[in-house]
Design a protein around this ligand. Structure first.
Ligand SMILES: [Zn+2]
Length: 138
């Protein structure tokens, strides 16, 4: 079961965007850590089960193979303030989200459905169906 936090487990193009994102946040005085990059199908299935058939809170609406994390094109982050993850600092997430967008990432804090301030992705214009069919980001 793989639930990676390593940027090198992302698709190369997304990995370079993630590195640029972290560097630009740092230049702006914001320390961010990456909490999740690539997840395999088994790990996604376990997350989906959480709050449904397994204990805990629901954390995702994506089943195995339905998350962009499963295709190495999404990562989650959290800003760190005074050594602590600032999960509830929406203004800080907003600043990070704008930086993510400035390097070409899609920031899920803008989404109206399944809004997720910690999630960034880059799909290179590929749809979920194309990714599921095995197409790779150029
Ligand atoms: Zn995510």
């Amino acid at each position: 079961m793989i639930n990676s936090r390593s940027i090198s487990d992302l698709s190369p193009r997304v990995a370079s965007m993630a590195r640029e994102f972290i560097a630009k946040c740092a230049a702006d005085g914001i320390d961010v850590i990456i909490t999740s990059t690539y997840r395999d199908a088994e790990s996604q299935a376990a997350l989906y089960a959480q709050g449904r058939t397994a204990p805990g809170k629901r954390v995702t609406n994506a089943k195995a193979g339905q998350s962009y994390h499963n295709y190495r094109c999404a990562f989650d982050f959290v800003p760190i303030v005074n050594g602590k993850a600032a999960w509830n600092d929406s203004a800080l997430f907003e600043r990070c989200g704008k930086i993510a967008e400035s390097v070409g990432l899609e920031w899920a804090g803008r989404w109206t459905r399944f809004r997720e301030a910690a999630h960034c992705q880059y799909t290179g214009g590929l749809t979920m169906a194309q990714l599921q069919a095995g197409e790779k980001i150029a």
